[in-house]
Design a protein around this ligand. Structure first.
Ligand code: FES
Ligand SMILES: [Fe+2]
Length: 345
């Protein structure tokens, strides 16, 4: 599936950057599903997203500045001749005109933008679903730690299926939490929802190194009680409960930059405190794990086929198979065929 060619994918919310990254006085570029957009903060700091192209002479608006001298401003001004645009994309100022604030008909394209869970989210067209609900985000017993915001050369679907794949632990994560001598994955169940599915499993894992500090146990083995929530198309919030009482919720957006690249947006919620487990240690452990995943995932093909016969599967691949089914159904429902690269001769 080539994500930039599937129009319906423009109707989902994607996290693009932590809220703290987007300052009040500086626009930032982002590429989403192959489209160049510009993020900025309009009135009262509300995030706004526009096509990153000035309709006058095609300059990038992300190279522009915020113009406060506009009613209801600030507006996003182009660096070339200072035309300014509101959060709806309308041109609200042409400084060279007799009446600069009359603006001009036409403007640049506006997209949906919102701040939620400490991140900026964008939806290019009218959203089919709300931004994913994460109950723990509103629960004061949990703290949030922002972990990663970095581009990987991997398709979003590969990252999503990997996040629900307990069969790779013994290989990819042999040095962190996998059990190399027992590659058989734990059984799992899947419950479909309107927005994706919930996978449940109890996966035995090893407990070594920094993990012993974080889990506050010297035991060599523990178990992860997993409630993995997958949100169409490329977001997951996986809750992991440990027998000792710790809860760790991994939130990962594999936001599609283009067909072959995803922006990894990852944060966690934890039931312990900074005194129990400093954020740097939590991030260091998850960094080690995600680096293991990244190393192998960046070797995979990005044009992930949705058709069942195109790749070989094993029973433990059920979550990835269900993702393919749901995505294929979504495309069919919206009258789209799966776009793929032409077969090599
Ligand atoms: S190119 Fe943007 S104002 Fe001229
Ligand atoms: Fe992994």
């Amino acid at each position: 599936m080539l994500v930039t060619r599937q129009k319906v994918l423009r109707r989902f919310w994607y996290p693009v950057m932590p809220e703290t990254t987007l300052a009040a006085d500086r626009p930032l570029p982002f590429r989403l599903l192959g489209r160049d957009i510009v993020l900025w903060r309009s009135r009262d700091g509300a995030p706004a997203a526009l096509a990153d192209r000035c309709p006058h002479r095609g300059a990038k608006l992300s190279a522009g500045f915020l113009d406060a001298a506009v009613p209801g401003g600030p507006a996003l001004a182009c660096a070339y001749h200072g035309w300014a645009f509101g959060p709806d994309g309308r041109c609200v100022k042409v400084p060279q005109a007799h009446d600069p604030l009359r603006g001009m008909k036409g403007g640049t394209r506006a997209h949906h933008a919102a701040a939620r869970h400490g991140w900026i989210w964008v939806c290019l067209e009218d959203p089919l679903h709300p931004i994913p609900e994460i109950p723990e985000a509103a629960d004061p017993r949990f703290r949030r730690i922002d972990e990663f915001h970095e581009p990987w050369a991997v398709a979003g679907l590969r990252i999503m299926e990997n996040s629900f794949d307990t069969a790779h632990f013994s290989y990819v994560h042999a040095a962190t939490f996998g059990i190399p001598e027992d590659p058989r994955p734990a059984p799992s169940t899947i419950e479909h929802t309107a927005w994706g599915f919930v996978m449940r499993s109890e996966a035995p894992v090893s407990n070594r190194g920094i993990s012993k500090d974080l889990l506050k146990t010297e035991a060599e083995r523990t178990v992860r009680i997993i409630e993995g929530r997958w949100f169409l198309p490329f977001f997951r919030a996986s809750r992991i409960d440990y027998p000792g009482g710790l809860t760790h919720i991994l939130c990962t957006g594999a936001t599609p930059i283009d067909d072959a690249h995803s922006m990894i947006c990852q944060w966690v919620y934890r039931s312990d405190t900074e005194a129990d487990a400093p954020s740097e240690k939590v991030i260091a452990f998850d960094r080690a794990v995600t680096t293991e995943d990244r190393t192998v995932l960046e070797t995979t093909t990005f044009d992930v086929p949705l058709a069942m016969g195109a790749e070989r599967h094993m029973p433990a691949d059920k979550p990835g198979i269900e993702m393919r089914r749901r995505l294929a159904a979504l495309l069919a429902e919206h009258g789209e065929a799966e776009a793929r690269l032409p077969k090599e001769a």
